[in-house]
Design a protein around this ligand. Structure first.
Ligand code: FAD
Length: 396
């Protein structure tokens, strides 16, 4: 087992110490910086520090669960850049390849994810397939050893930066919707792939629509078995929710043994405003503080079980609420000044609604927690046994 000092000396080789007063950026908000993440991942690659639990030959260091947790903890002492740009590869594609990919696919894609030389995007959502993801209509038709893809994806974050896309496509429309899907990787510069950027209300510009017309990919880019793409998608989503939930939104609550608890840094930063002299403001702040604390404990307990599952939906719901609380309290604390858009809190505020949508909406997370954690009756599913080609689509 590595000691904390071993970890520190490994990290000192490529990272600066963190100034605890500086708050880390969240979820790539307003961040089009590809270089700092690439530099960090490149520096971390030799020691496998960015993805310690991955096998050594794939860019990790074969770390045990305890070692990985220790590395994550010690790493907080260092200045790690926002890895949003690289997060699909690191947090979703890599773990999914370990579960469903062939050895050849792991060897082809995981080292370049770990060292930041290739960026991935997630091409799941479509105009008619968001919450109802199994309704994906993008067609993949077999032609010898290749597949020909046609269709449209939407809300593809990082699409314009990505070398690779992870695509969910329909390989058999004549079976019920969950059974006819397969997962593929596609090079984003393939002929027939067109990425059209969309600008979000917080000014982020990496969001995209992706139009795919007759793009060809080899069968060796199919991840998992034919027709079992839904299982692969569920693995990806569980990792996505666990990663979104694990990030937290409140900056954490730290308490050394015997010391009085201190508020999270975002709340502490608001203290000089004098707002908290007011009992109603204090009540709001205390509520957010208590929720932060409860979320940190619950996430810590959930982290003890290694495989992300439906509980990741609970973690995502909590982090969405933390983010929203932080955004609204911070913005309100500015008073009339909040009407000016060029303050740091307005960016967070304008980003907060998207947190309740990306990675599956709050309503969908609650359905998952209700059905798969609490064991409540499922929603009626009228198209469960109907071939996808004959199921009702759209609003009409
Ligand atoms: C910032 C951002 C980044 C994103 N990045 C990506 C990405 O990189 N890749 C990707 O593939 N997708 C991405 N998405 C898409 C995201 O996953 C979808 O927007 C989300 O799953 C919701 O789908 P939808 O937008 O089609 O809404 P819909 O599914 O049409 O839902 C509309 C409303 O109906 C509610 N609703 C739907 N079904 C139910 C139900 N059964 N029970 C209760 N309520 C229900 C929803 O909660 C929602 O409020 C991103 C979205 C955002 C906002």
């Amino acid at each position: 087992m590595l000691s904390d000092d071993d970890i520190r000396s490994g990290m000192e080789a490529f990272l600066e110490r963190r100034d605890p007063g500086v708050r880390a950026a969240t979820m790539g908000v307003g961040n089009d910086d590809l270089e700092s993440g690439r530099r960090y991942l490149d520096g971390a690659a030799a020691g496998g520090w960015a993805v310690p639990s991955w096998p050594r030959e794939l860019g990790g260091r074969d770390a045990s669960a305890d070692e990985s947790r220790a590395i994550k903890r010690v790493q907080r002492e260092f200045s790690v850049p926002d890895l949003y740009v690289y997060a699909v590869g690191l947090a979703m594609v890599g773990p999914t390849l370990l579960a469903h990919g062939s050895e050849q696919q792991q060897g082809q894609w995981m080292p370049s994810i770990a060292n930041g030389s290739e960026i991935w995007c997630q091409m799941f959502s479509e105009p008619e397939a968001g919450s109802d993801l199994a309704n994906v209509a993008m067609r993949a038709e077999r032609d010898g050893d290749e597949w020909i893809l046609d269709g449209q994806k939407v809300w593809t974050s990082r699409g314009m930066w990505a070398t690779w896309g992870l695509v969910l496509a329909r390989t058999d429309p004549e079976v019920p919707k969950h059974n006819g899907l397969s997962m593929f990787a596609i090079r984003m510069d393939s002929p027939g792939v067109e990425v059209r950027p969309l600008v979000q209300m917080n000014s982020d510009k990496h969001f995209s629509e992706v139009f795919v017309s007759g793009a060809r990919i080899p069968d060796s880019y199919r991840i998992g078995n034919l027709g079992l793409g839904w299982n692969v998608a569920v693995t990806v989503l569980a990792h996505e929710r666990a990663a979104a939930g694990g990030g937290g939104g409140g900056g954490g609550v730290k308490k050394r043994k015997g010391a009085a608890p201190t508020p999270p840094s975002w709340l502490a930063a608001l203290l000089p405003s004098g707002r908290f002299e007011d009992p109603l403001w204090r009540q709001r702040a205390t509520k957010a503080y208590s929720f932060d604390q409860a979320a940190a404990w619950t996430n810590g307990r959930a982290a003890a079980s290694r495989q992300p599952g439906p509980a990741g939906s609970g973690a995502k719901l909590r982090s969405t609420r933390q983010y929203r609380d932080r955004a609204t309290i911070s913005l309100d604390s500015l008073g009339p000044e909040a009407m000016l858009t060029d303050n740091e809190h307005s960016l967070t505020f304008l980003t907060s609604p998207s947190m309740a949508i990306r990675g599956g909406t709050d309503e969908i997370q609650r359905n998952i927690v209700g059905e798969r954690v609490l064991g409540l009756p499922s929603e009626p599913r009228v198209d469960r046994d109907v071939p996808w080609s004959r199921s009702r689509k759209g609003l009409l």
